[in-house]
Design a protein around this ligand. Structure first.
Ligand code: DGT
Length: 229
């Protein structure tokens, strides 16, 4: 209750200190980002943007996610170009409420997923370079503000179990090694700071199951919704 008062009370009232705040939720496939966003969407002053994955599965009836999983060498550039576009659209969408929360970002698409395609030899250098030039141009010219990154840290084995449980058809063939590589890329970026970080990182243990996870979210709510002091 104390926490709730702090949030709905004078901290974010009309005292001029009220500032808009953008949070990106990052973590491996199956780490629980959707559950976290569902939890925070119940707060009246947060807006949670829709999962872009639904767009990737239906581009005028075509499923780019499925193409990408079936043949990453052929469709990687197509898919990542579309991911970059949809992420940019979400980043630049006008913010109405005080807190904007989004699943992933243009950054993880580049530093984790594009990097993975390139490093594994599935994306040729020329495609990587074209995407990188677009990415750099967008960062320079667009308003892609992030105030906080929440990193849901999980073990790849846990991600694999959850992916199997939810049964998205495109994800049926995902091997553990793929999740391990993606995990390492998230760690390289968010913990080891191998790529530029657009905002401070809050690391949450994503290993808990739903009920304890909700308790974890509750205890970090002031930090997540207000941002670093
Ligand atoms: P959650 O709630 O933590 O389980 O998150 P998911 O798995 O619903 O959401 P996400 O964004 O981790 O992944 C959705 C699907 O899209 C998954 O099969 C991985 C894929 N994906 C997401 N972003 C990218 C990307 O930039 N490139 C590639 N190749 N795949 C991506």
């Amino acid at each position: 209750k104390g926490i709730m008062n702090a949030i709905s009370g004078h901290h974010f009232g009309t005292d001029g200190k009220t500032e808009k705040h953008t949070v990106c939720v990052e973590g491996n496939i199956g780490s629980g980002k959707t559950t976290l966003l569902e939890y925070f969407s119940t707060y009246p002053y947060t807006e949670v943007t829709k999962e872009p994955v639904e767009k990737w599965r239906n581009i005028k009836g075509m499923n780019a996610l499925e193409y990408m999983y079936k043949d990453a060498s052929r469709w990687g550039l197509t898919f990542q170009t579309y991911v970059q576009l949809t992420m940019l659209q979400i980043h630049t969408q006008p913010q109405v409420k005080r807190v904007k929360m989004m699943e992933r970002s243009i950054y993880s698409a580049k530093y984790c997923f594009v990097e993975n395609l390139y490093q594994s030899g599935k994306m040729p250098e020329i495609e990587y370079t074209v995407l990188t030039e677009w990415f750099d141009f967008l960062l320079k010219t667009q308003d892609i503000k992030v105030d906080l990154i929440v990193y849901l840290k999980t073990k790849p084995e846990t991600d694999l179990r959850r992916i199997k449980e939810r049964c998205r058809p495109e994800e049926k063939q995902i091997p553990l090694e793929y999740l391990e590589t993606l995990h390492n890329l998230h760690e390289d970026w968010l913990i080891k700071k191998k790529f530029p970080l657009p905002a401070p990182v809050l690391v949450l243990n994503g290993e808990y199951e739903k009920e304890e996870m909700i308790k974890e979210y509750e205890s970090y709510t002031p930090h997540i919704l207000r941002g670093p002091a």
